[in-house]
Design a protein around this ligand. Structure first.
Ligand SMILES: *[C@@H]1O[C@H](CO)[C@@H](O)[C@H](O)[C@H]1NC(C)=O
Ligand SMILES: *[C@@H]1O[C@H](CO)[C@@H](O)[C@H](O)[C@H]1NC(C)=O
Length: 461
């Protein structure tokens, strides 16, 4: 008790000459007593409180407390009389009159024109530090510069009232550049666009590469299944990640536009696609054959044997099929004095009537392809009866005026007809082949004729 009285006495003597009684000085929260200057001094919480502000906020010391503000916030001090001093109230306060009401404005009471250390007296004329206004209860209350139009924020800035002052902040998406708010390019900073970021005034949006679309989170890009969305291919569509590919049905190929299909002209591949004629159709081709032929398989042509199927030969006629058609020949080709002894065989009766002419005439028919490669053995003539003491010779008696044939003796009783020039059909040739038999003992000769009708078909098949 004694010690306390001494301290108070010292304080009273040095602090206040005209104090009527010893006074105990206490400072409100956020202030501390400065025994040298004898004032309540604001505590710089930013300097002494570790981690006063979280989350990267900037700590700004303020009367009786501190503010946590964004790093880019700027503080404007209203009226600007003594901007460096407002944080220092010049008088210690009495014990707070009503601390429970939280009227901390009392901290900024100032006694006009007097030295520090004066007790606050409500009967005097009081003045508040800039940014505060005295109310009816002699409290200095904060002026809301933002609502009262006493701020310097520009039209594109947002005004925030603070104790004793105000803050100007930029709209979201904008940032301070000197006194101005300029668009923040979110695309240059961190953004979450999967493919492309597009900056806009105050904001940004994401774009996706072609073949993708923006997901519902507005940042990711997801593949577009073009095949389902727009059926872009003429034939078959295969979706790929970010793209698609078209395929054509068999017989078609992809056009240069990569989506259309154009018919492949298979006939143009090769002249050998078909033996006779190739007909291109969309997606495929087919072969045709000329009259008298039928398709064998897909490309070959086969002669139709009209004599076995349909022909118009009479009973007296014999049907002879050849490559590409048929002929009707008389069953009995024999002319007087020749009489028919067997099929195709005419014999002179009696033989004396034919002296000088062949004893017998045999009719034969054969068919060859057009443009047949030469030389080619095409027909063999052979003696039907072989007698002893005879010698046979063979010759072409008629029908070889252009020299298309050559008869080669192949044995004593046979010879081969050789085609020496290629024949182009359709063509009909009649060649008389003669066999002369020399009877060596009786010393006489007989002759027999083979009348060969050669029909050259119109085609090489
Ligand atoms: C994506 O953007 C649209 C239109 O801008 C908006 O309506 C929607 O809420 C946004 N979705 C998300 C997840 O942000
Ligand atoms: C062919 O005739 C000759 C005589 O003219 C004879 O010597 C030869 O043996 C005969 N050849 C055959 C295969 O009959």
């Amino acid at each position: 008790m004694l010690g306390l009285c001494v301290i108070l006495a010292v304080l009273a003597r040095t602090v206040a000459q005209d104090a009527e009684e010893p006074v105990s000085y206490t400072c409100t929260d956020g202030y501390e007593y400065d025994p040298v200057r004898q004032v309540c001094k604001d505590i710089d919480e930013c300097a002494i409180v570790a981690d006063a502000c979280k989350g990267g906020m900037k700590c700004v010391n303020h009367f009786g407390g501190y503010l946590c503000l964004p790093q880019n916030a700027q503080i404007f001090v209203s009226s600007g009389d003594e901007p460096s001093q407002p944080a220092e109230p010049s008088a210690p306060a009495n014990p707070p009159q009503s601390p429970g009401q939280g009227q901390s404005e009392v901290q900024t009471h100032v006694q006009p024109g007097r030295g520090p250390g004066r007790r606050v007296s409500s009967s005097r004329i009081l003045r508040c530090t800039p940014g505060f206004i005295l109310d009816e209860q002699n409290y200095c209350r904060d002026i809301d510069e933002c609502t009262r139009g006493r701020h310097t924020c520009s039209a594109d800035q947002i005004c925030y009232n603070t104790r004793g002052s105000f803050l100007c902040q930029c709209q979201p998406g904008y940032q301070k550049n000197g006194d101005q708010c300029v668009d923040r390019d979110e695309c240059l900073l961190s953004h979450y666009c999967m493919h492309r970021c597009v900056n806009t005034p105050g904001s940004y949006y994401c774009e996706c590469n072609s073949g993708y679309r923006l997901a519902s989170n507005n940042h990711s890009c997801v593949d577009v299944n073009e095949c389902q969305v727009s059926q872009p291919c003429e034939h078959q569509c295969h979706n790929l990640i970010g793209s698609f590919i078209c395929q054509c049905n068999r017989g078609f190929e992809l056009a240069p536009d990569s989506v259309s299909c154009i018919d492949i002209d298979e006939c143009a591949y090769s002249p050998y696609m078909c033996q006779y004629a190739c007909i291109n159709t969309p997606g495929e081709y087919s072969c045709t054959c000329p009259d008298g032929y039928q398709l064998q398989g897909t490309r070959m042509c086969q002669d139709i044997n009209e004599c076995e199927t349909s022909h118009e030969c009479t009973e007296e006629e014999m049907c002879w099929n050849y490559y590409g058609g048929y002929r009707c020949y008389p069953r009995n080709p024999c002319e007087d004095p020749y009489v028919r002894t067997s099929e195709n065989r005419c014999v002179c009766q009696p033989t004396t009537a034919c002296r000088g002419g062949p004893q017998s005439i045999v009719y034969k028919y054969m068919s060859i392809h057009s443009d047949r490669t030469v030389p080619a053995d095409i027909f063999q003539i052979q003696a039907t009866n072989i007698y002893p003491n005879t010698h046979n010779t063979f010759r072409i008696r008629a029908g070889n005026e252009k020299g298309e044939f050559f008869l080669r003796r192949s044995s004593n009783v046979s010879a081969m007809l050789v085609l020496t020039k290629s024949l182009e059909g359709p063509l009909e040739l009649i060649v008389d082949l003669e066999m002369i038999t020399h009877h060596t003992v009786a010393n006489y000769r007989t002759s027999s004729l083979l009348r060969l009708t050669i029909i050259v078909g119109p085609y090489a098949f």
